[in-house]
Design a protein around this ligand. Structure first.
Ligand SMILES: [Zn+2]
Length: 146
């Protein structure tokens, strides 16, 4: 069983963790998962207890001040933005998009099956798109700024 978790957020007795197997987020609770670890509800391939998640959270270098409005020169996903309700604005070929980072990331992973297992995402915590494909443009259509 893989064990390397990212813990993007902790609040009181709850931690949000990113499953190292499938990359999706789930919550562990200080009440329910103090002793009994919780299995990933999405894939069942990982499990973590609240104290273990809290320890990872405490050990990492927090950047609590993440600006929820980000600008980029291309479509990009960053692990450090996860859990901060970030919206990203970028322009390609004269079209400006403003997208909800976490939500779009989930859509890209589930619909296009990319990103989560790449070296760039796992190693550097980011994934960007030099050019949008037609499928990607279609997903982004609803986020065009008029
Ligand atoms: Zn999972």
């Amino acid at each position: 069983m893989k064990t390397k978790f990212d813990v993007p957020d902790c609040l009181g007795n709850n931690c949000a963790v990113l499953c190292p197997a499938c990359g999706k987020a789930y919550c562990v609770s200080g009440f329910l998962n103090k002793k009994a670890p919780r299995k990933c509800p999405h894939c069942g391939e990982s499990e973590i207890s609240f104290p273990a998640a809290k320890e990872i959270w405490n050990a990492c270098d927090h950047k609590p001040e993440i600006d929820p409005e980000q600008k980029s020169n291309r479509l990009i996903f960053k692990k450090e933005w996860l859990g901060y309700d970030v919206w990203v604005t970028f322009t390609e070929d004269g079209t400006t998009y403003r997208y909800p980072h976490d939500q779009l990331l989930q859509t890209f992973i589930s619909r296009l099956g990319i990103i989560e297992n790449t070296k760039s995402w796992k190693g550097n915590g980011l994934y960007h798109f030099p050019r949008l494909s037609e499928a990607q443009k279609k997903i982004l259509e609803r986020y065009i700024v008029k």
